[in-house]
Design a protein around this ligand. Structure first.
Ligand SMILES: Nc1ncnc2c1ncn2[C@@H]1O[C@H](COP(=O)(O)OP(=O)(O)OP(=O)(O)O)[C@@H](O)[C@H]1O
Ligand SMILES: [Mg+2]
Length: 198
């Protein structure tokens, strides 16, 4: 992994840690509102969400997931398969009772609540990231889990909308070494919605 990326990843992770828990709640609610107003979201029946890690101050997805379920949408969330170095997706039906900490201490469906579904069955993917740029490129957590997934999906389902969620300070003009990345289509922050021409 390039050192440059590592340094930038650290910088944006620390930037995010400056947010208070209250700011996370308020900004995540603003992001949720804009996400739910997207036509791509309204149309979607099956959505891949990530389950946010509270300690990292990620854009919170708990309320997004709960409301999507209430709206009757099918929600898929990641299960990390560390041995295979890949992510699988499982249908989540109840946020409060079905999750437990898994790899990287990220909440994922408990083994007894797993209903694996291929990500290609989804019609919208919420992609996590530490930073995003104006070309739709993404800096993730450094495992290339999503990079590999998105590359696979790009060949089987190129029309699948990829949506990033971020706080404004995580948006930059240009990120380094993005040639291998699959760019996202839409970025939603607490202030705006960016659509990328790919
Ligand atoms: N599609 C891919 N297939 C295999 N290796 C890849 C792929 N994309 C990136 N990599 C490699 O994996 C390593 C980590 O990539 P990178 O730093 O871009 O991860 P990331 O985008 O932060 O992680 P993630 O996608 O899980 O959020 C790098 O060495 C990169 O070259
Ligand atoms: Mg990457």
């Amino acid at each position: 992994m390039s050192n440059e990326k590592k340094v930038i990843r650290q910088k944006f992770k620390s930037l995010r840690m400056r947010l208070s828990k209250e700011e996370v709640v308020i900004k995540s609610a603003q992001i949720k509102k804009s996400l739910f107003e997207l036509p791509e979201f309204a149309r979607s029946k099956t959505i891949v969400f990530y389950v946010a890690k509270q300690v990292s101050r990620e854009v919170e997805t708990e309320e997004m997931i709960k409301e999507s379920l209430k709206m009757g949408k099918r929600v898929l969330v990641p299960v990390v398969d560390n041995a295979a170095r890949k992510i699988l997706f499982s249908e989540l039906r109840d946020y409060d009772s079905e999750l437990a900490p898994g790899a990287f201490d990220i909440l994922e469906p408990k083994p007894s609540c797993r209903r694996l579904v291929p990500a290609s069955e989804s019609d919208l993917i919420i992609v996590p990231g530490v930073a995003f740029d104006m070309g739709g490129h993404r800096l993730g957590y450094g495992g290339a889990y999503y990079d590999r997934l998105l590359r696979e999906l790009a060949s089987v389902k190129p029309s699948l909308p990829l949506v990033g969620l971020a706080y404004e300070p995580q948006v930059v003009e240009k990120l380094p070494n993005t040639s291998r990345d699959v760019p996202i289509n839409i970025l939603v922050t607490e202030k705006r919605v960016l659509r990328f021409k790919l």
